[in-house]
Design a protein around this ligand. Structure first.
Ligand code: PMP
Length: 427
């Protein structure tokens, strides 16, 4: 008898392309049938067959407090009865804007949107409008949402302009995006030397989570800040994933860099659809209705999303929150590495705050090419073994993972024990 997950997946494929509403959910990278979830609580998610898993995806980052946190749910329930959307300003938007600007000192002003994609797309338009320039620099392996300018792969030679990486993106548009190597300050300096007066913005994941986790070198981030300032380009930190995930002041606080603009998503909405972008007043004042750069949204600042976001942001500000989260995430990484070593498996892991990377490689990769060289097949076998044992990791070797405040030491120990058993049998 086929499982309910399988039945739902077969049915889903009839009317939903690939059976999913976002591609990575389809398990194409790891193979097999995606799990359909029906509920979640704390560190656990339950699939359509009723099986519970310890969850290391956390809705791809937002669920930093764990699923269905009682205070977040109560805030949403209280908000819902007052109406779902007004299309007019509300007090909670003002409250969350004040809080975000306090927690992220580089932001003088902030605007709310409904997704991370909208935040990055709008920040790029704003940077282009502010500078009057067109060229955007991004880095290979970084993901910033699915707007046209960002679905671009590197050109064939270093320092050439990019080509579309998706159907439907005009080549003319992709040519305004230059794709450079992450953690290569020299290449960035060369790009500015050649094209400095045409570059509107550099956008970066300050800690990458979309090609597995890649930590930045301080030299790379410093070079980026210096070069953009020198050439009058806007530095955009895409903190959709790292925002309030790697520390209370996000990656910019951790690495001591002040970007011109920052983008947020995931945690700011506490699991509801919300994103935000903000930064220097002088730049933000270019947005409509104050300035000529257009940006808008029917559901922007949605009253339910701001309720969930505010409840989440208030809880993560508690003393010791990030120390505990980081220690737990590190315990997971250390436990997995120790288990793999014991059985002679080439495996490494690292975390930055509450996000982590697992790699089937002897040491942690620092570049896109090194990530691609990891043993993807070994990851896929590990992934399925962990699913069978009740531990849900991201269904791709090229995604970071997330720990929440709800993960107990016992949850982490159980995951490490399951991995230990698999490492022992996988040799
Ligand atoms: N930027 C980064 C760094 C992301 O990780 C993501 C999504 N994973 C996005 C932007 C896009 O956000 P969304 O999926 O909410 O549109």
């Amino acid at each position: 008898m086929s499982s309910r997950n399988q039945q739902l997946f077969e049915r889903a494929q009839r009317h939903i392309p690939g059976g999913v509403n976002s591609p990575v959910r389809a398990f194409r990278s790891v193979g097999g049938t995606p799990l359909f979830f029906q509920k979640a609580a704390g560190a656990k998610v339950q699939d359509a067959d009723g099986k519970w898993y310890t969850d290391y995806v956390g809705s791809w980052g937002p669920m930093i407090l764990g699923h269905a946190h009682p205070e977040v749910i109560a805030a949403v329930q209280a908000a819902v009865v007052d109406g779902l959307s007004f299309g007019a300003p509300t007090e909670r938007e003002v409250e969350i804007a004040d809080l975000l600007c306090e927690m992220v000192p580089s932001m003088d002003m902030v605007r709310l949107v409904s997704s991370g994609t909208e935040a990055t797309m709008s920040a790029i338009r704003l940077a282009r409008g502010y500078t009057g320039r067109d060229v955007l620099i991004k880095f290979e392996g970084c993901y910033h949402g699915h707007s046209d300018s960002l679905l671009v792969k590197a050109g064939s030679g270093a320092l050439t302009f990019g080509n579309p990486s998706s159907g439907g993106v005009p080549a003319d548009l992709a040519q305004h995006t230059m794709v450079l190597a992450y953690n290569d300050p020299q290449q960035l300096a060369d790009a500015f030397a050649q094209h400095g007066d045409r570059i509107a913005a550099v956008i970066v994941e300050p800690v990458v989570g979309n090609m597995n986790l890649i930590a930045p070198t301080q030299a790379f981030l410093n070079a980026m800040r210096e070069l953009t300032a020198k050439h009058g380009a806007v530095l955009i930190f895409d903190e959709v994933m790292t925002g309030f995930r790697v520390g209370l002041h996000s990656a910019q606080g951790l690495y001591g860099i002040t970007p011109d603009l920052s983008t947020f998503g995931k945690i700011v909405g506490g699991g509801m659809p919300m994103g935000a972008f903000g930064g220097k007043r002088e730049i933000m004042e270019q947005i409509a209705p104050l300035g000529p750069v257009y940006q808008a949204g029917t559901l922007s600042g949605n009253p339910i999303a701001t309720a969930a976001g505010l409840a989440t942001l208030k809880l993560i500000r508690k003393n010791g929150f990030y120390e505990a989260l980081t220690a737990k995430t590190q315990a997971l990484c250390d436990g997995l590495v120790a288990a793999a070593r014991k059985h002679g498996v080439a495996f490494s892991a690292q975390n930055v705050g509450g996000m982590f990377g697992l790699y089937f490689a002897a040491s942690c990769p620092g570049t896109y090419d090194e990530v691609l060289a990891c043993d993807k097949e070994a990851f896929n076998r590990f992934f399925h073994a962990m699913i069978a044992a009740g531990h849900y990791f991201a269904p791709s070797a090229f995604e970071a993972g997330f720990v929440s405040a709800a993960h107990s030491d016992a949850d982490i120990a159980a995951t490490v024990a399951a991995a230990d058993a698999w490492f022992a049998s996988s040799k």
